[in-house]
Design a protein around this ligand. Structure first.
Ligand code: COA
Length: 167
């Protein structure tokens, strides 16, 4: 579970992704203060923020978290939406899969019913990883995003966490 001291490592990964990829639909890097507010907000709601640490030097290799779906309307309370990001030099080594698999367990243990992932349609690695973990594509939304001067398609995937969650 992430502590305040992990925020700089989380921020460095996120800002690199914001500046160099279409995985996140913004081109404005965040400040440390903004990431700390995010971290505290997730913690206050009882949602996990997971970090993967390098055993050798303790640096942050990746992070993952889930939060309210569609702004937290009451009827969506059994559904959460997650994000996962891995440092550029640590990708393709199973860090992302481990983080999301752990998030799935965290969501189940909180009695959540559905976990949602929204993934840029060109992000083949993330799509593959989520489908390998059992997520199903449920929507392809053409041109809902705009970054680097072009339209971006968003793919929505979901995993039903339990067949018998009471509504
Ligand atoms: C997407 C991301 C989270 C995945 O984490 P990761 O640690 O790199 O991924 P993993 O090593 O756990 O698994 C990647 C899987 O995708 C596969 N893969 C890699 N490149 C691929 C490609 N171009 N097309 C399809 N599959 C690909 C890998 O082979 C692996 O599958 P396998 O286990 O069946 O061999 C990470 O790459 C990342 O942070 N990317 C930048 C930001 C981002 O895209 N975040 C997600 C936003 S939804």
């Amino acid at each position: 579970m992430a502590e305040d001291q992990d925020a700089p490592g989380i921020l460095a990964i996120l800002n690199d992704i914001i500046l160099t990829t279409t995985a996140v639909y913004t081109d404005r890097p965040e400040s440390l203060e903004e990431r700390l507010v995010w971290l505290h907000h997730r913690r206050a709601l009882g949602y996990p923020v997971l970090v993967a640490e390098c055993l050798r030097d303790g640096s942050i290799l990746g992070f993952a978290s889930f939060g309210d779906f569609r702004g937290g309307w009451a009827g969506f309370r059994h559904t959460v939406e997650h994000s996962v990001h891995v440092r550029a030099d640590a990708r393709g080594r199973g860090v992302g899969q481990t983080l999301v698999a752990t998030l799935v367990e965290q969501a189940r243990s909180r009695g959540k019913h559905v976990l949602v992932a929204s993934v840029d349609a060109e992000n083949a690695r993330s799509l593959h990883m989520h489908e390998k973990l059992g997520f199903t594509r449920v929507a392809h939304m053409p041109q809902v995003g705009c970054k680097f001067g072009r339209w971006l398609d968003l793919v929505v995937l979901q995993l039903v966490l339990s067949d018998d969650t009471p509504c």
